[in-house]
Design a protein. Structure first.
Length: 60
């Protein structure tokens, strides 16, 4: 599973939750768009950090 797949799954889940939240008028559309962007950015950083930390060092 690569980052593109993870990112798409994350967006699908977040938009599904967002449809429920916006349907109940808990948050505005602008607020939810910002939350999705922030979540995807944090997930991208965590994915990069995990990937770099576990990458094998090539022999010298």
């Amino acid at each position: 599973m690569n980052w593109d797949t993870v990112q798409q799954l994350l967006r699908i889940i977040l938009y599904s939750v967002g449809a429920f939240v916006l349907g109940d008028a808990v948050a505005s559309a602008e607020l939810y768009q910002g939350l999705i962007a922030g979540t995807v950015n944090v997930a991208a950083f965590a994915w990069w950090w995990f990937w770099e930390r576990n990458r094998a060092t090539p022999p010298a």
